[in-house]
Design a protein around this ligand. Structure first.
Ligand code: UDP
Length: 510
């Protein structure tokens, strides 16, 4: 089904782990001939403009549209428009309340359009778009940014009353009615908007918007998650669900623009050329890349343990240490400790935002110490890089289980629970330096076990690539999704035609 003539609006949650895959999805739609407009706030539009402009220059009909963020109405500082900007605890609730108020600016934007869009794809965390779509008769799809494994697990736990029945946060249980054996606790299987007391309204809105959507779009692919995708769609009463990922494969779409690839989500805090030269000088599969994504901040004590472990490992590494940009204590420790001088040329520190896909796609990278955010997980899978798993919160413990237990491409660092569930005496330290050193050695090992893990990772990466190519499952799912939207749009127009014809027929003669 050709997408030519169809206009998609895409409305991401204002968080890096949601905006990046949404922009990628927009690129994939535009590559099929559709027009794709990513609607977001000014700060987030500015962060993504280089990548979108590069794709537009290469001929894709993709653009950004800005709507104001209502945060200052609720007392948030001007310009605080992304979850990665939240530091103070009291800002979180206000931030999500502000997101829920984005319906008015979206309504104004939709009204300003000369023609009604054919479809709006909104992040599952943006249920407030529903009323706007309903008012304007716009077909609406929900985009899920975590794994289908996680969506299904949290669904099963809700359905079987486990969240209500189990009192202790750390009591272990097996997920009932799940296609594979999955053991965890409430702390490691927390659903979205289940992490604080008064978010029930948000949870309810998310569930309602999902139940009433015209279909679900998932950033995953059937070779890895088909069983979870199908079970989740069935659990929602046979809803249409399309697995169209890994969307990070769109990074090269719209011209092989190295700058656009390096600037995904934000301008990198390192010169990508310098970084690539550093990697070029390393042996294939010898480098460990370390990153905890855009949100997880490690306490200083834990960072010190990690640094000691990396130093003792003797392996070359690139460490995206965002705390070195945001936390003065970490800056002071780095200067006083002399860690960088000691590791010398063997270690490259990126103080802030790293060009992650540029790094993971380099042949020198042979391992990824990751917090298991779903995008990081897919980026590791898509590039065939085995992982050392270090989950922090939300869906990250599920991604760890999928990577280690189901796919066999990961080694656990030993993190058991989110930071807030650690005993006080641990002082934020999940993994001691000796355990970091051991885990890195296991991951980067060149013996039979390490080689088998690497081979599995390469095999799965080949499947991910094939899924995205013409004839692959994700390509076919996207085709089917576009066809579904085209039909819905025609039906709506026909219905409106009938309604206006009836209105004309019943109008009193002049
Ligand atoms: N990312 C990046 N550079 C960084 C940190 C993160 O490019 O220094 C990107 C990463 O490639 C991924 C996204 O930001 O696409 C983070 O999403 P993820 O789901 O992995 O984790 P989150 O940040 O939501 O915890």
């Amino acid at each position: 089904m050709a997408a030519a003539g169809l206009h998609f609006l895409l409305v991401p949650l204002v968080a890096q782990g949601h905006i990046i895959p949404t922009v990628d999805l927009a690129r994939l739609l535009a590559a099929r001939g559709a027009r794709a407009t990513v609607v977001t706030t000014p700060v987030n539009a500015a962060r993504n403009r280089a990548a979108v402009d590069a794709a537009a220059r290469a001929g894709l009909a993709i653009e950004l549209a800005e709507i104001p963020f209502p945060g200052s109405e609720l007392g948030l500082p001007e310009g605080m428009e992304n979850v990665d900007m939240l530091v103070e605890r009291e800002h979180y609730m206000l931030f999500f309340q502000s997101i829920w108020k984005m319906d008015a600016p979206l309504e104004a934007y939709v009204r300003s359009l000369p023609r009604r869009p054919d479809c709006l794809i909104a992040d599952t965390c943006n249920p407030w778009v529903s009323a706007v779509c309903a008012r304007h008769g716009i077909p609406r799809l929900v985009l899920h940014c975590p794994s289908a494994y996680y969506l299904l697990a949290t669904h099963c736990l809700t359905k079987h009353g486990v969240y209500d029945r189990v009192a202790d946060e750390l009591e272990e249980f097996e997920v009932p009615g799940f296609p594979v054996r999955a053991v965890g606790c409430k702390a490691t299987f927390r659903g979205f908007f289940q992490w604080s007391g008064d978010m029930e309204r948000f949870q309810r809105d998310v569930a309602d918007a999902e139940a009433t959507a015209d279909g679900l779009v998932l950033n995953t692919f059937r070779d890895v998650e088909g069983v979870f995708v199908d079970a989740y769609a069935a659990a929602l009463g046979g809803m249409k669900a399309w697995a169209v990922g890994p969307t990070c494969a769109a990074a090269g779409l719209g011209g092989d623009d190295a700058d656009a690839k390096a600037g995904r989500g934000k301008r990198a805090d390192v010169d990508a050329g310098r970084l690539v030269s550093w990697l070029d000088a390393r042996a294939p599969a010898s480098v460990l890349y370390v990153s905890f994504g855009s949100l997880a901040h490690l306490p200083v004590k834990q960072l010190v343990e990690l640094a000691r472990g990396l130093e003792a490992s003797g392996r070359p590494f690139v460490w995206a240490i965002k705390e070195a940009k945001s936390n003065p204590d970490v800056q002071a420790w780095l200067v006083a400790d002399g860690f960088e001088e000691r590791v010398g040329e063997r270690g490259l520190l990126v103080r802030g935002w790293a060009p992650q896909v540029t790094i993971l796609s380099h042949p020198a990278v042979g391992g990824f110490l990751t917090h298991c955010g779903w995008n990081a997980t897919l980026e590791a899978i898509a590039h065939g890089v085995p992982v050392l798993t270090w989950p922090n919160f939300a869906d990250q413990f599920s991604s760890e289980k999928l990577l280690v237990d189901v796919l066999g491409v990961g080694v656990r660092s030993g993190v058991k629970v989110p930071g807030m569930n650690l005993p006080e005496e641990a002082e934020g330290v999940h993994v001691a330096s000796a355990d970091v050193e051991k885990a890195v050695a296991v991951l980067m090992d060149e013996g039979p076990e390490g080689n088998a893990r690497r081979a599995r990772a390469k095999e799965i990466a080949a499947k991910a690539k094939a899924a995205m190519e013409e004839g692959g499952s994700s390509y076919a799912d996207l085709t089917d999704m576009i066809g579904h939207v085209a039909e819905l749009s025609i039906r709506k127009k026909r219905h409106e035609g009938d309604t206006s014809a009836r209105a004309l027929a019943s109008a009193p003669p002049e």
